[in-house]
Design a protein around this ligand. Sequence first.
Ligand SMILES: Cc1cc2nc3c(=O)[nH]c(=O)nc-3n(C[C@H](O)[C@H](O)[C@H](O)COP(=O)(O)O)c2cc1C
Length: 318
Amino acid sequence: MDLAPRNRHHLWLANPVMIASGTFGYDGYGRGIPADANLAQLGAVIPKTVTRWLRQGNPEPRWYPTSYREGLAAGETTFLNSIGLANPGIEDALARLAPQWPDIGTTVVLSLSGESAAQFGEMAAMTQGVAGFQALELNLSCPNIEDGAHFSHDPRLAAAAVAAVRANTDLPVLAKLAPNVPDITVIARAAVDAGADALTLSNTIPAMRIDVATRKPVLGGITGGLSGPGLRPVAVALVYRAAQAVDVPIIGVGGIFCARDALEYLMAGASAVQVGSATLADPRAAFRILEELKTYLAENGISSLAQVIGAALPKSSP
Ligand SMILES: Cc1cc2nc3c(=O)[nH]c(=O)nc-3n(C[C@H](O)[C@H](O)[C@H](O)COP(=O)(O)O)c2cc1C
């Protein structure tokens, strides 16, 4: 499928199922993904976000399954994480990791996060001429060092970051937005007007839990990001709203654990999906979801995903 058919920068995906940034790792094999699972079967993988400089990340614990009910299966648990963008930095990623990525055999999207629009642009410029990935995803859920506001909370900042990248790359640019904004259509339009070829909706929701026995936050980073099933209805609504505001492809992400979850996003207007927490719970999740999707299409006599994409949107939508 061509994810950005109306744009100058096309992103070809063999199918609509990808593994989300932060849940795949960096090496060509994916974190925990069994050796017999063929990553080439997936639409794309997105290694963890890289920043301009190496980051050690937040203090432990960085990870907490936040379910009130005991005995839930891993796949049903909503997660809290506070990794703090631990990563080796873009220079190391481009020199040491990107050369491994062609071995994956599918589309690789490089996720970038900058501390200023200029730094986003600088990082995009550093990727020029480097092989191993076919698109850039901008993790805009991070603060701008100049005024502390998050890029994806302010349309001017989001536009500035996207424009800075757009000016320094010919690769397709995916803008990954935050869910906790009053009106996603404002940020979505700003990112698209600045040159984003597609939107990824969404990143995690800021959240925290407190251990009542110790009277302390459960995460070393105090607050973290909520992902998993609890995020799904929130992100489906974002996709539904953004799909009616912009005419670029939208990638749905948040709590996708089975084909039915993926279908909700597709029907809300997404053209593709990313599988995050489910991959951590079950490294084969994205492969299973892809097979389940194929079965759903076959069983329902649906020959093309286009028959499903946007099916729940009001009829007048673009
Ligand atoms: C442990 C963990 C680390 C993550 N790291 C990143 C990251 O580096 N960059 C990014 O854009 N998103 C990151 N995310 C967010 C996911 O890519 C995804 O947007 C989010 O978790 C919602 O999808 P899910 O409910 O399927 O996990 C991370 C999520 C988790 C759980």
